[in-house]
Write a protein that binds this ligand. Structure first.
Ligand SMILES: Cc1ncc(COP(=O)(O)O)c(C=O)c1O
Length: 336
């Protein structure tokens, strides 16, 4: 289906701003840093999932769904935004979430899921998510409902297409602002829809920047083997001839830390620096790890002080309320 013909359910405040982070640039001795504020997409505190859900919810409606079911970790931003999108569309929402206990703290995103009134099913092992999802689907069908499954992270061809569209939005801002960015930094995750859409969009639109992903989980090779085919499925879905190979997908693997969701010292520094320079709030799971990679590339001269770089802020701030044990001590440092 052509991108322009994809049905959308309106959820997002677009275009999101492309804003300079002047104080952060100065603190790092250049380059010019532009922040693409997808944390301001709207929809229950915003984030990158809003764009994907505009297409996914429209598809659910086209299929006559009564319920959406999706999966994630208990602090999933995707789950929180899916719960919000379902409310706006008049759909019911079931979230199948993995947590370390059956009774996780009701805080951060999980608190917002409760406020939004989503039904939540907790499993204590990620491998139980799929069987639980199938069980929920069966239960709903037996009751005569029509469930629609949204994949983890909203990352299929339909969701990833939203970041092809976002590329054109960004290009128009770059042209309007007369800037020539050399790099765009984004989070690379194992769902991968944002990076896949951006990489495809970059190739299609002939952008001036290279898309640089920073892994927040899993080794680089594994992520490439997820993101490259997803970009190609998206190209196929959109009826495009263009295809990517793994060399089109740049991912940095040095900033992940010990595991998904475990804050690194560098990401805590990024949270502190961004907040104390340009009042930019980052989260310890996704955006701060990505920012820690970009900061390191600036400090080590991989990005020249005369360059312009874009950081895609994908949201996720509610997670700070669920990780105060890591964050509070790291904020005791005076200055930036
Ligand atoms: C704040 C934030 N940034 C980035 C991502 C990664 O996006 P994607 O799932 O498209 O790879 C997520 C995914 O949940 C997220 O919540």
């Amino acid at each position: 289906m052509k991108l322009a013909d994809m049905p959308t359910f309106p959820l997002a405040q677009l275009p999101t701003p492309l804003m300079p982070a002047r104080n952060l640039s100065a603190a790092l001795g250049g380059p010019e840093i532009l922040i693409k504020r997808d944390d301001l997409t709207g929809l229950a505190l915003g984030g990158n999932k809003t764009r994907k859900l505009e297409y996914l919810i429209a598809d659910a409606q086209a299929q006559g769904a009564t319920h959406v079911i999706t999966v994630g970790a208990v602090q999933s931003n995707h789950c929180r935004q899916t719960a919000a999108a379902a409310r706006l569309a008049g759909l019911n929402c079931v979230l199948v979430m993995n947590a370390s206990s059956n009774d996780p703290d009701i805080q951060g995103n999980f608190l917002l899921d409760h406020i939004l009134g989503a039904e939540t099913r907790i499993v204590t092992d990620k491998s139980q998510r799929q069987p639980m999802t199938l069980q929920v689907e069966e239960e709903l069908k037996e009751q005569g409902y029509v469930p629609y499954q949204i994949p983890g992270g909203g990352s299929n061809a339909i969701g990833a297409a939203s970041y092809v569209a976002a590329t054109y939005e960004l290009m128009s801002q770059i042209i309007d602002q007369g800037s020539s960015p050399t790099r765009l930094y984004t989070t690379s995750s194992a769902s991968g829809g944002t990076h896949a859409g951006l990489a495809l969009g970059a190739k299609l639109a002939g952008v001036p920047y290279a898309v640089h992903g920073v892994s927040i989980e899993r080794p680089v090779d594994q992520l490439k083997s997820i993101i490259t085919p997803l970009a190609n499925q998206t190209a196929e879905y959109l009826g495009l001839d263009i295809r990517l190979d793994e060399s089109d997908v740049i991912i940095h693997g040095d900033y992940t830390g010990p595991a998904y969701g475990v804050a690194t010292e560098e990401c805590l520094e990024a949270i502190r620096m961004c907040a104390r320079t340009d009042a930019l709030l980052l989260d310890p799971v996704y955006t701060a790890k990505t920012m820690s990679g970009m900061i390191d590339h600036i400090r080590t001269g991989q990005i020249g002080s005369d360059e312009t770089v874009i950081f895609l802020h994908t949201g996720g701030v509610p997670a700070v309320f669920a990780d105060t044990d890591s964050i509070i001590p790291a904020m005791q440092v005076p200055g930036i």
